[in-house]
Design a protein around this ligand. Structure first.
Ligand SMILES: [Zn+2]
Length: 190
């Protein structure tokens, strides 16, 4: 088959060279209105064609590759005195998989335990191309399902205005959780 990035011949959808030369993660940090830091690994524009496969079988594969190249090494270098939780934003299964669950799973290590289905949105608003004002006027209506871990990392695929992550942090804080930081694959403002 052909590599989706360089179109060279390869045995998988993304060739080894592109994995290591084109998809090299660059850690960046941005701060939400609520004060929480958000770590991202890619410029949105650089991986947008890959992210647009989100709701297809290929999307499952590509999200897994991106997660292995970015979230997994991050987790390997993350140290904490005890185990914290990783919560994927609205990780309900649609089209066969939940992209944020792939990302939180990739954080699995001694100090991070993924917790699935704990932060679900009650309103399926689609924010793509919408203004900050629209996003703020149409909250996702997150609910936090009970779990024991207090300290958590919040995980999503993209940060654009930060509205979704801010809302998620507010809901978690109301539930008595301490959000350490958030993580996304791509930042749309870089
Ligand atoms: Zn390639």
């Amino acid at each position: 088959m052909r590599c989706l990035i360089c179109e060279g011949a390869t045995l998988s959808h993304i060739c080894e060279r592109c994995r290591h030369e084109v998809l090299t993660p660059q850690l960046s940090l941005r701060r939400l209105e609520c004060g929480i830091g958000v770590y991202s690994f890619y410029r949105y524009d650089d991986i947008a064609p890959l992210l647009h496969t989100k709701h297809t079988d290929l999307g499952y594969y590509l999200f897994s590759v991106l997660a292995q190249l970015s979230f997994t090494p991050f987790a390997a270098s993350f140290h904490f005195s005890h185990c914290v939780g990783a919560l994927g934003i609205d990780d309900q299964v649609r089209s066969g998989y939940a992209h944020s669950a792939i990302l939180s799973k990739a954080l699995t290590c001694k100090a991070i335990q993924p917790l699935y289905g704990k932060l679900l949105a009650s309103k399926p608003h689609h924010y793509a191309g919408k203004s900050l004002a629209y996003r703020k006027a149409h909250p996702r209506g997150f609910t936090c399902r009970p779990f024991d871990v207090i300290e958590v990392i919040v995980v999503d695929d993209i940060i654009t205005t930060g509205t979704t992550l801010n809302e998620a942090v507010d809901v978690l804080r109301d539930a008595g959780k301490e959000v350490l930081f958030a993580m996304t694959l791509a930042d749309a403002r870089l």
